[in-house]
Design a protein around this ligand. Structure first.
Ligand SMILES: Nc1ncnc2c1ncn2[C@@H]1O[C@H](COP(=O)(O)OP(=O)(O)OP(=O)(O)O)[C@@H](O)[C@H]1O
Length: 334
């Protein structure tokens, strides 16, 4: 099946700050939730912003539903943005909602921008979107300041789905919510991707949040995708040592018996290798080289290219054999 979102060899650089994303490739299909996991500064938000045309792309292609966004300019780009085919849910739902607009106007606003329908028709579609995210349309006259955190996040989601998008990007959608609201919002994404046949990209630094809803996971480390594949496989049989470290640090996850947590925790944290890029950027070698017990000269010289390995992708020079090293007693002393 063709991917709805196809990111191919994407690089992003901010002025003199250097590269933040380095040849990132990933894809998401209709009706699928792709989880993008990575620690602070790994480039998750930059990636999402690149898809909506807000990051300075220096190389690569972004294609959504057959339209190459990186090739759009001027009016074509403006029209595409206004169509609402791609919606981006900002990290902070309180700050991203205009405090002076009612819930009705907030949710109808993306339709007003495209000039879709009459005011009444837009209000009707806004009410339908509110119901779709599990909110009572009676809340439509409220201002966002009078809503709970969970309700505000749902209003943001209603605002995103009202344009019937093909792709929904959600940046840390649950990190500001308590456990109960977190589960509700994650279940909501799960329902919406079926109901709307939309591709959903959920960005998070928390593997446990993603584990329950993502069909596939892409692991970002210092601006590069180090691993990508079906969630259950990535979590139970990580192909990259960094993914193994992540799974070891998320105690609620299931993992294969051969990867005992105490061994995996021995993989980090360690001081960053001095050859890596400034401020956590991609650098010239593998970004994980400074923390990896399996590091070899090849890792310091150049990062491994993303390569396919049985329905999965990995970028590690030692993907095929680092598991063997876990049985060496020396590793447990790090
Ligand atoms: N507008 C910008 N100008 C310069 N550097 C930027 C800009 N935006 C992001 N960066 C840098 O890009 C890197 C990646 O940032 P990004 O926000 O994408 O990471 P992230 O994985 O989303 O982190 P977090 O989880 O903290 O949001 C950081 O080093 C950041 O300082």
């Amino acid at each position: 099946m063709t991917a709805l979102l196809d990111v191919d060899g994407l690089s992003v650089a901010f002025g003199r700050g250097g590269r933040v994303l380095d040849r990132v490739s990933l894809e998401a299909r209709s009706g699928e939730v792709l989880g993008v996991i990575g620690e602070t500064g790994s480039g998750k938000t930059t990636l999402a912003r690149a898809v909506v045309g807000l990051s300075p792309v220096t190389a690569g292609r972004i294609t959504v539903d057959g339209t190459e966004l990186t090739g759009l300019r001027g009016r074509a780009l403006r029209d595409y943005r206004r169509s609402g085919a791609v919606q981006y849910l900002f990290q902070d739902p309180l700050r991203s909602l205009d405090p002076d607009l009612t819930v009705r106007d907030l949710v109808a606003e993306p339709l007003a921008v495209t000039g879709a329908g009459s005011r009444e028709q837009r209000a009707e579609r806004a009410a339908a979107a509110l119901r779709q995210v599990g909110l009572d349309p009676a809340l439509a006259d409220r201002l966002p300041g009078r809503l709970s955190g969970g309700q505000r996040q749902r209003v943001s989601i209603a605002r995103a789905v009202v344009t019937r998008p093909r792709l929904l990007l959600a940046d840390e959608p649950v990190s500001a919510l308590d456990a109960s609201n977190r589960n509700h919002v994650l279940r909501l994404f799960d329902r919406l991707r079926h109901e709307l046949d939309v591709a959903v990209v959920v960005i998070s630094h928390d593997l446990s949040s993603l584990a329950g809803i993502a069909d596939r996971i892409a692991v970002l480390y210092r601006g590069r995708v180090v691993e990508q594949g079906p969630t259950a496989e990535v979590l139970s049989r990580p192909l990259h040592p960094y993914t193994a470290l992540l799974t070891a640090s998320a105690p609620r996850l299931r993992r294969e018996p051969g990867l005992p947590p105490e061994r995996l925790r021995a993989l980090g944290p360690r001081p960053a290798w001095s050859g890596a890029g400034a401020e956590g950027g991609p650098g010239s070698g593998c970004g994980f080289a400074g923390r990896c017990p399996f590091v070899a000269d090849a890792c310091r010289e150049a990062p491994a290219a993303q390569r396919r390995a049985g329905g999965r992708e990995v970028a590690c020079h030692h993907a095929d054999n680092w598991h063997d090293g876990l049985t060496e007693p020396a590793l447990t002393t790090h």
